[in-house]
Design a protein around this ligand. Sequence first.
Ligand code: ZN
Length: 295
Amino acid sequence: MAARETLNIDWSCLKRQTQCPICSGQRNTILSDSVLTIHEGSDLKVELRECQNCQHWWHNPMPVQQYLSSLYTGHSKFVLGVEVIEMIKKVGKIDLSQYQTNASGLPPMDDPRPCRELDSGKEFNYLEIGCGDGKLFSRFRERAKVCYGVEPGNWFDEPTIVTDITKLPSGLKFDVIVLHDILEHLEDPLGMMQRCKNLSNQGARIYCSFPNKDSWVAKVRKEKWDMVRPFGHLHYFSKKSSAILFDTSKWKITERYTHPGPKIDWRNILKVKRFFEDIVCAHHQWYWIGIFECE
Ligand SMILES: [Zn+2]
C-alpha cells in the first residue's frame, strides 16, 4: 500500500533544531523519532527531543516562524485541530459583542488570574498575544485604556486585533500582557518574551500558560501525552526551562503554579475518576506570572 502523502509541507521552511531552543544546550536525548503531526492526512513524522541541561522538550524539525504564521492564517491542518477549523468555517469571523457581560454573568475563563487587573482601579494598557476565542480580550476591552490583540488565525474583524506582533502601532507600551497557550506554538518562545519586554512599561505584568512536561502525565506518556501535537505545539516546558525563559528575557517571576485551582479537593477522593483527573491531568499546564522591572 502506498504511503500516505506528506501533504503540502514546504520542506524548505522546516529547520533542523538539534540544540535546545531555550538554553542552547547541545546535549539532548531523542525521546521518539516518529511522532506523527496533527494533520491526519499526512505521514510526516518528527522527533521529540529532551535537553539534558534544562529538560525542555521540543520537536525537530520545526517550521520557521514566518511559515508557521502562514499555516495559522491559512487554517492549515498541520497547526489547527479539525474541530477548530470546522468551527471557523461555520462562524466565519468571531463577533466579540456576543461576550458582552450581562445578567447571565461573565464568560468562563481557563485561568482568571489576569482578571485581577480589572479590579486594580488603575489605568492600564492591555496586550493579548493569541486571542483565541476572544473571551478574555472582550473583558479587557471594556476596561483597558488601550487594548490590542495579536491573532494570526485572523478570525476577528476588529481594527485592534492584528495578525502579527510587528503590525502593532509603533511606540505603544503596555502594562498587562497575556500569553495564554501561545509560547508552545512559536518557533522562538524566548524571542517572543524579549519582544514583550521591549513593549512593556516599567512594572508591567505578564501572564503566561504553556504545557508542563514535568507533570506526571507527561512523564508517563511521553510522546503519547495528548499535549504532544506537532506542529500545533512545538515546545513543552520544564520548571527549569520556564525559569530560563523568564530570567533570560528579564521578567522577574512573581508566581508560578500548575492549575487555576491549585488545591486538590480531598473530598473527591472517593470519586476515583474525578480525583485522578485532579491530580494527574489538571497539572499538565504551567501558569507563570512575571513583572518587568528596569535595572
Ligand atoms: Zn535546554
